[in-house]
Design a protein around this ligand. Structure first.
Ligand code: M6R
Length: 338
């Protein structure tokens, strides 16, 4: 992740300025709902940002996979804001969904990585994520940058409510602590500047060793919930797309309703259990998986290895702790490396 994503958009005054949206902020704040539309990784990035968007905006947030919206001819109203998330800005399903939302009179916002792309051109307003070109088929840095931009979108539409001021400031501070390259003039002069993404990239060798252990497996499950349900879906998507191995992202809250039947001592399962409001629930999931002799790889916050090992032995990956809503930016990196 590069610092230029934040360049000029977030300041020491702890506000977020997204120039491409400023003339439409009032309309967005008055929307009946905000619908996020995308495919694949871009959809997952929006899913990761949804809890924060709901929390800070107070506006109902819906999620649509572009092809499904079109198949159903789902409802889009003129009082809606429809946000189109796409790395390339050219994905056919997302573009058709954009035409459909325009026909239905919604305010259309683009979040893309490609200046001049069809989605950037045809939306009413938008934000570029400035992640740099994605060279391979797998979208990786675009995913983390999309989450960051959607967090900034949430901050921009949340206005200046006193109630959420401390939360907004904590998120902005954490945004500055993520990038690998602190070369911006706007970076605060923190004496203890910590590059959390660099911290997690230091796990590179550990993740490669883990990948070597998994190479002969047929399948990998990834359990996540809350902010990290999207991490589970996206981690599984990367394993499928890059390692050509079956993998499934599972909402941990649904474990008892089917997936538990698959658990045995052979099938590797990644459980994402970093510190947030869902941590205790994830500890209980880990215990239930241990009770079925599950072969677990648990991702937890630094210092939490002992708290997630209760109930049995497992491989533990400790990652740097970030603000809960930005933790998905950190947590996806080891799964991308695998
Ligand atoms: O360019 P887009 O973000 O619109 O592409 C959407 C998906 O096709 C894309 O994210 C796909 O899932 C990725 N190749 C996954 O790495």
């Amino acid at each position: 992740m590069r610092g230029r994503l934040l360049h000029g958009r977030s300041t020491k005054a702890k506000t977020v300025i997204l120039g491409g949206l400023k003339d439409h902020l009032k309309t967005i704040r008055r929307s009946r709902r905000i619908v996020f539309i995308g495919c694949g990784t871009s959809y997952n990035a929006a899913l990761a940002a949804r809890p924060l968007l709901e929390e800070l905006s107070g506006i109902p947030i819906s999620m649509e996979i572009a092809s499904d919206l079109l198949d159903r001819q789902g409802l889009i109203y003129r009082e809606d804001t429809a946000v189109f998330v796409s790395q390339s800005g050219e994905t056919a399903d997302t573009l058709h969904a954009l035409e459909y939302a325009l026909e239905n009179g919604a305010l259309c916002v683009g979040i893309t990585n490609t200046v001049g792309s069809a989605i950037a051109r045809n939306t009413h307003c938008g934000v570029h994520i400035n992640a740099g070109a994605e060279i391979g088929v797998a979208s990786t840095k675009a995913y983390t940058s999309q989450i960051v931009v959607m967090a900034m979108f949430a901050l921009a539409i949340s206005g200046d409510s006193i109630l959420s001021q401390a939360r907004r400031e904590a998120i902005i501070d954490c945004l500055f602590e993520l990038p690998c390259k602190p070369h911006l003039p706007t970076f605060p002069a923190h004496s203890s500047f910590c590059c959390k993404v660099r911290g997690v990239l230091e796990l590179d060798q550990e993740m490669k060793d883990l990948a070597n252990l998994l190479i002969a497996e047929q399948s990998l499950l990834v359990f996540g919930r809350g902010y990290n349900y999207a991490t589970a879906l996206e981690g599984a998507l990367k394993v499928k797309e890059v390692a050509l191995m079956h993998s499934e992202g599972i909402l941990a809250g649904e474990m008892k309703h089917g997936p538990l039947a698959l658990v045995d001592e052979n099938l590797p399962i990644v459980v994402i259990a970093t510190r947030d409001a869902c941590f205790r629930k994830q500890q209980s999931v880990i215990q239930q998986l241990h009770a079925r002799n599950g072969r677990l790889i648990v991702m937890c916050s630094k210092g939490d290895a002992a708290s997630v090992r209760t109930g049995g032995s497992c491989k533990v990956i400790e990652v740097p702790q970030a603000e809960d809503c930005l933790q998905p930016v950190i947590n996806i990196v080891p799964l991308q490396v695998i």
